[in-house]
Design a protein around this ligand. Structure first.
Ligand code: PLP
Length: 280
């Protein structure tokens, strides 16, 4: 396995950045996870655009052009001989003497890895997950995809310690923001599909955006608006989306079973629509 570190492809076990790297000390860094499906990079352009958004919000420029990123990603894929994989891309502000304010003229660190995964298959019944609602203790700029992931990590761990698979994060007024690493969706009783609209409170998922478009083309009505935890528990179906999970049914929220505790038919249909898009 090879990783990419600042211009070089190095054996994964030897890939490292300096201890003074601000990504390490301050989580002063942003990332993307891009799905490589059967040799095809899914929505890579949108991921790189979002990477640029994240960097710009931290007063950083893209260290190289999107086209140059694509060349590196493709070379990493080639060297790792992967067909279906998760491509991890991280950019940090670089190394500097430790100081809270941004140092000037640092060389950003750019690292990438490729990890083989099984291809998403919507032709088999999907496995549902159980989610635990937990207070959203993350910061106020969740639209920036930073590696400051401790709050999400703590939440997922807490959910798992309680016998759940993941957490759904909830605001003080009891509205669901998103999962720890995915966007949250419900099928409302009125048949509309609902997911929170983009804001500083969530990451605007690339998979989320793809599904809004694809479902819209199929005539499925979508409501982009916050739903409460209570509404989620009353939903006909629920699921999460992300580049790594694609579409995953939610079959339980806290003590409440959703869709009789089985992955719903509608969710399976959304998964099929997304799988067809991956195959295009
Ligand atoms: N929300 C959060 C907090 C995430 O970390 C992620 C992905 O990692 C998502 C949503 C889904 O985003 P995407 O579909 O672009 O992978």
């Amino acid at each position: 396995r090879f990783a990419y570190v600042n211009g070089a492809y190095v054996p994964h076990e030897h890939a490292s950045v300096h201890i003074e790297d601000r990504g390490f000390q301050f989580a002063d860094s942003v990332y993307e996870v891009i799905y490589l499906y059967k040799g095809k990079l899914i929505d890579a352009e949108a991921h790189l655009k979002r990477l640029e958004h994240s960097l710009n919000e931290l007063d950083m420029d893209m260290p190289k052009s999107r086209a140059a990123f694509m060349v590196t990603i493709k070379e990493l894929v080639r060297r790792n001989r992967v067909k279906t994989a998760l491509i991890y891309v991280q950019v940090t502000r670089g190394s500097a003497v430790r100081d809270f304010s941004y140092p000037e003229n640092t060389m950003p660190s750019v690292v990438m890895t490729a990890r083989r995964v099984a291809p998403f298959d919507a032709n088999v019944p999907l496995k549902g997950i159980k989610v635990m609602s937990l207070p959203d203790i993350r910061w106020a700029r969740c639209d920036i995809k930073t590696t400051s992931l401790l709050a999400a990590s703590m939440s997922k761990q807490k959910a798992q310690d309680n016998g759940f698979d993941d957490a759904w994060l909830v605001t003080d007024d009891q509205f669901v923001t998103e999962g720890t690493s995915n966007n949250a969706w419900i099928l409302r009783e009125d048949g509309r599909l609902q997911t929170r609209k983009p804001s500083h409170e969530i990451l605007n998922g690339i998979t989320r955006q793809a599904i809004i478009k694809l479902a819209g083309q199929k005539g499925i009505e979508i409501l982009e608006d916050a739903f409460s935890l209570d509404e989620a528990k009353k939903a006909k179906e629920a699921f999460v989306t992300s580049s790594s999970a694609c579409v995953k049914p939610v079959i339980q929220i806290d003590d409440t079973t959703i869709a009789d505790g089985k992955p719903g038919l509608f969710t399976q249909q959304i998964a099929k629509i997304y799988a067809d898009f991956l195959e295009e």
